[in-house]
Design a binder for this molecule. Structure first.
Ligand code: FAD
Length: 375
């Protein structure tokens, strides 16, 4: 059996590695000149770690840093708006790990023979019978996995009338800073903007900032420093520690729900199927869940039944995570001073457990009725 993987990001490579492990022939088509990822961090939450275990890539704990669950949300002056019960989260869900994205890609690549990897191959069209046209020729597989991200050509080939990504109203900056004092993940909310700090391996901190802005607007590190210079410590110091050219900026998009993730011999996976706002840090974790579910169902049930089972298992769950992610970030982007004052007064009164219930369903996977056990 042969699988053609369109797009060699985290979702595509994890899927490829698992099919290779099952003895399938694998061909990965990646349009970029090399297989790599942006210079930023990534949080792999308990469900993502369980998916990696099912995929046989548990080694991620060796290259990453095992960290506590997120400690909560602070106001820009540093007062706590929400404090998570770290002990309870750890006990209930297990580990959180942070990694450098490029190091996770390198770990996945190490699982794959070099002759499965085809960089510089941009896919132009995918057909339901498993034929794939790309810049270097045409190929085909018993199964095609469209893991080609937010603006997926696979999706547009097969669902030409399908929904297009929707701008969330805010742009995101990411950078890595040298800092050994940040030991816990925390997010800070202001008016129409927020800042997150996440401890990484090697004395680095992965930082992100988000701010309301029209799509396509560009703002550099100097503007960010200016905007956040009165926010609580160590935010100004983290911004001062960054090399300006290393700051990445991307607008934030969400993909409206699709009618199906599968057709013919083709499955969509990861951002191609359900791109979401990064508010819960779940996009890659969901791609890993997709990969583990797809490989298991297709190898157990064959292509037709396996794809149908994958679609049933993944669409409702990812739709739930997309919705919760959108809702979790929304109050940070309010700008009305009355609303933000009410928000800052009300949030500390909400018991941590109540707030936790709104985000923890994302961590709970596989669910209790699922018989799968990590390898
Ligand atoms: C600011 C931010 C922070 C985030 N933080 C987290 C986090 O902490 N934890 C988490 O789990 N998720 C996080 N995410 C989400 C996560 O980054 C994505 O969900 C994940 O990377 C999606 O992986 P993917 O493989 O589906 O798609 P992608 O990473 O987009 O990979 C798609 C690949 O396909 C290739 N490709 C595209 N078109 C073609 C074509 N036509 N032919 C061939 N190749 C093609 C691309 O070059 C790329 O390599 C975050 C996202 C953002 C924006």
């Amino acid at each position: 059996m042969k699988v053609v993987i369109v797009g060699g990001g985290i979702g595509g490579l994890a899927t490829a590695a698992a099919f290779h492990r099952q003895g399938w022939e694998v061909e990965i088509l990646e349009r970029a000149a090399e297989f790599t990822e942006v210079g930023a961090g990534l949080t792999i939450q308990p469900n993502g770690l369980r998916a990696l275990d099912l995929l046989g890539v548990g080694e991620v704990r060796r290259i990453g840093r095992v960290v506590d669950p997120p400690s909560g949300i602070r106001a820009e002056n540093g007062t706590w708006l929400i404090r998570n019960d770290i002990g309870a989260l750890k006990e209930r869900f297990g580990q959180w790990v942070t990694v450098h994205r490029a190091e996770l890609i390198a770990l996945l690549l190490a699982e794959l023979p070099a002759d499965t990897l085809h960089s510089g191959a941009e896919v132009r069209q995918v057909h339901p019978d498993g034929t794939v046209e790309h810049t270097a020729g045409t190929t085909s597989g018993d199964l095609v996995v469209g893991s080609d991200g937010l603006r997926s050509v696979t999706r547009r080939s097969l669902w030409p009338a399908g929904p297009e990504p929707r701008y969330a109203g805010y742009t995101t900056w990411r950078f890595l800073a040298e800092n050994r004092t940040v030991a816990q993940s925390v997010e800070t909310w202001g008016s129409g903007a927020r800042f997150g700090q996440v401890p990484m391996p090697g004395g680095r901190v992965y930082c992100y900032a988000m701010a309301n802005a029209p799509a396509g607007s560009r703002m550099g590190a100097a503007d960010l420093r200016d905007r956040l210079r009165r926010w609580h410590d160590p935010i100004p110091a983290l911004l001062d520690a960054v090399v300006d050219e290393s700051v990445l900026q991307h607008d934030t998009y969400e993909l409206p729900a699709l009618p199906s993730f599968v057709t013919g011999r083709v499955a969509l996976l990861g951002d191609a199927a359900h791109a979401m706002t990064p508010n819960l840090g779940q996009g890659a974790c969901q791609a890993l869940e997709d990969a583990a579910t797809l490989v298991e169902h297709v190898t157990a049930l064959g292509i037709a039944e396996g794809l149908a089972a994958y679609d049933r298992a993944r669409r409702a769950r990812t739709r739930m995570v997309v919705r919760r992610s959108r809702q979790a970030g929304a109050p940070a982007h309010w700008t009305n001073p009355v609303l933000t004052a009410l928000r800052d007064a009300a949030l500390p009164l909400i018991p941590g457990a109540v707030f936790g219930r709104s985000i923890t369903p994302a961590y709970a996977w596989p669910d209790r009725t699922d018989s799968r056990k990590p390898q």
